[in-house]
Design a protein around this ligand. Structure first.
Ligand code: ADP
Ligand code: MG
Length: 375
């Protein structure tokens, strides 16, 4: 009998076998909040993100042709295209097409077309990295569904960054995809973005919780414009200093000769790198007061030297810093809007989040959204 019903070897136009079409494969990647180390990744410095509970889940089922059919939630609808016909559209389609485009360029052959469903709870455009969560979960499901052996989690982060850089057209750094691929909620992911060495730093969860609140201001002044401008300013500072990257500058005195604007931009990067290293030490010691001080210093530096905060965000950080059971607060993400992260005493996150949101709403008339702890 077994011989009589022999499994067909393959399907014309694909390298998949019939049995591959009967099962679906699933992958998940979480959003992230950067605890400290902001605007340091493109300056070859240090970052310290951790995962948030919100995630993106993708499910893939191979199909017996070369079509890709994708359904996402969020009212963004469905897309369909043929493998090999990827074209930029300047919409969410580019994240999907960019992934199949890059894999083909790298010689990683997809066995067949596929149906994909995307479900995500990571808010889009809130500085919590929904784009990296999408790309990393997608690359992982493509790896598992298409048997792309040898594509490791670190490689997947690099691919996700390249897809945003080369296909979507966003000049993003390596932090977001690294966090989406490698971070978890129990640790902070300490990354040297120059060597890509990383270490999981256990969070002192008996003493410390985090609160993340969206300001309700979605990247005013166009986040990409401001972000690209800061990158260009850092490049100019390097040129004036004669260094390859601001990572090479070890002390702020070395910046004295720079014109004021470039000195302030570079000073943020140099001092922020030092703060990440101190924050790692503070976490290792379980010293939450020190971590809070570093959060506050980081925010001042982002606001005054790097100019990526807004009056409303400064107000929310100040409200948080005045509350009991708060170690410290800061703007997280690229800035010009987005979210703040607050280090609070364990067990106080819900109440503190509530208080910050209420007072911020009264003071600024904005509509904040508590993202962590998750409702
Ligand atoms: P962030 O990564 O901070 O959330 P980005 O602007 O980098 O903000 O990425 C947001 C974009 O990523 C969205 O506009 C959309 O194109 C795409 N995206 C993210 N999540 C999804 C999803 N679940 N479905 C479809 N597109 C998504
Ligand atoms: Mg993004």
């Amino acid at each position: 009998m077994a011989d009589f019903f022999r499994e067909p070897k393959g399907i014309p136009g694909t390298t998949a076998k019939w049995r591959d079409f009967n099962s679906s494969v699933r992958a998940e990647a979480h959003g992230r909040v950067n605890l400290i180390g902001e605007h340091t990744d493109y300056n070859h410095g240090y970052v310290l993100p951790t995962s948030i509970p919100q995630s993106t889940i993708v499910k893939l089922r191979l199909r017996p042709d070369r079509l890709v059919s994708v359904q996402t939630d969020r009212g963004l609808g469905r897309i369909e295209y043929e493998l090999g016909s990827e074209k930029q559209t300047h919409s969410w389609r580019d994240y999907i097409q960019g992934a199949t485009w890059l894999l083909a360029r790298e010689g990683l052959t997809l066995r067949a077309g596929f149906d994909l469903t995307i479900q995500s709870t990571v808010p889009m455009g809130s500085g919590l990295s929904s784009s990296a969560a999408l790309l990393v979960s997608l690359l992982k499901v493509l790896r598992d569904g298409h048997d792309l052996k040898g594509l490791g989690d670190l490689e997947i982060s690099k691919f996700a960054q390249r897809i945003e850089n080369e296909f979507v057209g966003a000049r993003v750094g390596i932090m977001d995809p690294l966090a989406a691929s490698l971070a978890n909620e129990h640790n902070a992911l300490f990354v040297d973005t120059e060597s890509l060495r990383y270490e999981q730093i256990p969070l002192p969860t008996t003493k410390l919780d985090f609160v993340v609140i969206n300001s309700g201001i979605a990247h005013r002044h166009s986040s990409t414009g401001g972000y690209n401008e800061r990158r260009a300013e850092c490049e100019k500072a390097c040129e004036l200093l004669g260094v390859g990257s601001l990572r090479e500058v070890k002390k702020v005195e070395d910046l004295d000769a720079l014109p004021d604007l470039y000195r302030r931009r570079a000073r943020h990067v140099v001092t922020e790198n030092a703060r990440v290293l101190e924050a790692v030490e503070a976490l290792r010691r379980g010293d939450c007061e020190k971590l809070g001080e570093l959060f506050q210093a980081s925010h001042r530096s982002m606001s005054q030297d790097y100019d990526v905060s807004l009056p409303e965000i400064d107000a929310m950080v100040a409200i948080a810093n005045r509350l009991p059971n708060v170690f410290g607060a800061r703007l997280t993400g690229g800035g010009f809007g987005g979210s703040i992260v607050v280090a609070v005493k364990a067990g106080h996150a819900v109440r503190v989040a509530d208080q910050i949101a209420r007072r911020y709403r009264e003071e600024t008339r904005q509509s904040p959204q508590v993202l962590v702890p998750k409702a």
